[in-house]
Design a protein. Structure first.
Lengths: 112, 116
């Protein structure tokens, strides 16, 4: 059973546009939600993370929006750049858990 | 270059071969992990080592055998693999296993394994 569902599978955005990637979960025990960014030939790298006590977290052009009641969270990339082209993974874990549950990834392409 | 180094970067092996993947970290982390990454699938946790002791084994077939000789090195020994084992194998480390989620994981670039 997939613990974290991610969409879309792929996304093409014009340079300067907003990229939005969505994730949903069922386990209400999850209390930590990171996003990882993976460039071709590289391993995933932690990009930004949020806890459910806040509804939004922003770091530069990257923002996580969190909707606890809907059990959904999303990554917004403002002013998307070609250098943002990568695969993005959402993940979730719980305080009592000992592993992350990852989404299936979204391949983002930002075209000039 | 990431603080986690994996070798080799690419590996092609026959189903009867025996090979090993190597992971090395110089971050002073106490926990190390093996993940399997297949196309269009979530990252799949295979093994977790904390302070050189295996603490998690997620129902991985015995043809995969991990080894952690010290806190800086992690191996994944492979034998009698199947074509469906072809994937990207990622090594990761974190400062602490139980608190790894607070600090995030540092991933290596992976070994692209092809079983023929």
């Amino acid at each position: 059973q997939q613990q974290v569902k991610q969409s879309p599978q792929s996304l093409i955005v014009q340079k300067g546009g907003i990229s939005i990637i969505n994730c949903a979960y069922e386990n209400t025990a999850f209390d930590y939600f990171p996003w990882y960014q993976q460039f071709p030939g590289k391993g995933p790298a932690l990009l930004i993370a949020i806890r459910p006590d806040v509804s939004e977290k922003k770091e530069g052009r990257f923002t996580i929006s969190f909707n606890k009641s809907a059990k959904q969270f999303s990554l917004h990339i403002m002013d998307s750049q070609p250098g943002d082209s990568a695969t993005y993974f959402c993940a979730a874990t719980s305080y009592t858990g000992n592993q992350f549950y990852f989404g299936t990834g979204t391949s983002l392409t930002v075209i000039p | 270059e990431t603080g986690v180094t994996q070798t080799p970067r690419h590996l092609v092996m026959g189903m009867t071969n025996k090979k090993s993947l190597k992971c090395e970290q110089h971050l002073g982390h106490n926990a190390m992990y093996w993940y399997k990454q297949s196309a269009k699938k979530p990252l799949e946790l295979m093994f977790v080592y904390s302070l050189e002791e295996r603490v998690e084994n997620n129902s991985v077939p015995s043809r995969f055998s991990p080894e952690c000789p010290n806190s800086s090195h992690l191996f994944l020994h492979l034998h009698t693999l199947q074509p469906e084992d072809s994937a990207l194998y990622l090594c990761a480390s974190s400062q602490d296993w139980e608190l790894g989620r607070l600090y995030g994981y540092t991933f290596g670039s992976g070994t692209r394994l092809t079983v023929v």
